[in-house]
Design a protein around this ligand. Structure first.
Ligand SMILES: [Zn+2]
Length: 154
């Protein structure tokens, strides 16, 4: 039976962000706009009507839109800004690796306690499953599905 005091909230959000863009190769200056998506699942306490999940999804959508802009090649010279991939992908991949690593570590702990190696696979699979939306977000960034647009500055 599920606990009626704890409810699972899932929220999806889309956000559009516009930022100043200055190309360090050719000096093109203007505004870059992009859309991002976010998904968040939270187990909410009584009294939380999903607001926390919605806020978190919104935050993820905004940060994804910003990352699309960070990875965007300059509209004039088509070059990416130096360090773009490292700046954008390193924190996201770090979060993924920590989450999946923690899952496998927890699995190894329980496998040791219960003397059953199946726990390693079980916890690893759970961690991978929980990280799937983050992994998909990284894939979306790499594939550049960000509906980017540029507007020359004044
Ligand atoms: Zn440029």
């Amino acid at each position: 039976m599920s606990n009626p005091l704890l409810r699972r909230h899932e929220a999806h959000a889309q956000a559009g962000v516009a930022l100043d863009y200055l190309c360090s190769h050719c000096g093109w200056e203007g505004e870059a706009a992009a859309m991002g998506q976010g998904t968040s699942v939270r187990t909410a306490q009584l009294g939380d009507d999903g607001e926390e999940a919605a806020l978190s999804a919104q935050g993820m959508a905004i940060s994804e839109a910003k990352d699309h802009i960070g990875l965007a090649p300059c509209p004039a010279c088509k070059k990416r800004q130096p360090g773009a991939w490292i700046r954008v992908l390193t924190p996201r991949l770090a979060v993924l690796l920590i989450a999946v690593g923690a899952g496998f570590a927890a699995g190894a702990f329980f496998a040791d306690k219960a003397d059953s190696p199946g726990f390693i696979l079980l916890f690893g699979a759970i961690a991978l499953g929980l990280s799937a939306t983050r992994a998909l977000a990284v894939l979306r960034l790499i594939r550049g599905q960000g509906s980017l647009s540029f507007k020359p500055g004044a």
